[in-house]
Design a protein around this ligand. Structure first.
Ligand SMILES: [Zn+2]
Length: 228
């Protein structure tokens, strides 16, 4: 029989209490069907991180998710530019933009979160890339680097100080989100084995250099399961 104290809280439930506190938040970036194998913009082995993230999320009281969420005909799609192919780069009003296959179109099955993602206690789902004319790799700013998504304000108002980042793709949306988190004054830690990269035209090596310069640190999921 389970032992119950005067509070009525079962001791086995107390023992399972997550080790991270209210100042810590796990930010899960774009773990969506279109970014997993079989999707429109599949990140190699992207599906492998889902069980890692599910386990990790169980250690956090606080989790937020992002979803890439584009209207049909979005300007980041190669199909929106005559004669252009996916993965080419073109100048846009706000700078160079990589062109992608159509992906994560609002309300389509590919835009849904990966079916195996199991984080019922996630407190926020932030959708980004919603404006037709501009992409948003970062969870904090659109790609003009000036238009905020509101995430920094949400996190500050809710008392978050440390962000642990996981998801897809390491060298694009995770990287940009982590850099912006650090610039906004949050401690930013990427859970490296809970991410996968696209690694296109040197993007993975560039990401490591940029993240190091930004003061973002790396951790392994197993090392975060015992923090008290
Ligand atoms: Zn996108």
């Amino acid at each position: 029989m389970l032992n119950q104290g005067s509070t009525g809280i079962r001791e086995d439930a107390m023992a399972a209490h997550p080790p991270f506190g209210d100042e810590d938040l796990l930010l899960v970036i774009d773990v969506q069907k279109d970014f997993c194998p079989g999707g429109a913009l599949a990140v190699p082995r992207g599906d492998e991180i889902v069980p890692v993230i599910n386990r990790l999320a169980g250690n956090f009281r606080r989790v937020a998710l992002t979803q890439d969420w584009h209207p049909a005909g979005h300007r980041s799609f190669a199909s929106s530019h005559a004669g252009r192919q996916p993965f080419e780069s073109i100048p846009m009003a706000y700078g160079e933009q990589t062109l992608w296959p159509d992906h994560c179109v609002q309300g389509t099955p590919g835009a849904a979160l990966a079916a195996a993602l199991d984080i019922p206690h996630a407190e926020l789902v932030l959708r980004k890339g919603c404006r037709p004319e501009i992409d948003s790799y970062s969870a904090f700013f659109e790609n003009d680097r000036r238009t905020p998504t509101g995430l920094a304000g949400y996190l500050r108002e809710r008392g978050v100080r440390r962000l642990y980042l996981a998801g897809l793709a390491f060298d694009f949306c995770v990287r940009w989100s982590a850099e912006d988190a650090a610039a906004a004054g949050f401690a930013a830690i990427i859970v490296a084995d809970a991410c996968r990269a696209i690694d296109m035209a040197g993007s993975l090596a560039q990401a490591y250099v940029a993240l190091s310069a930004a003061g973002v640190t790396m951790a392994a999921a197993a090392d975060l399961s015992f923090r008290s």
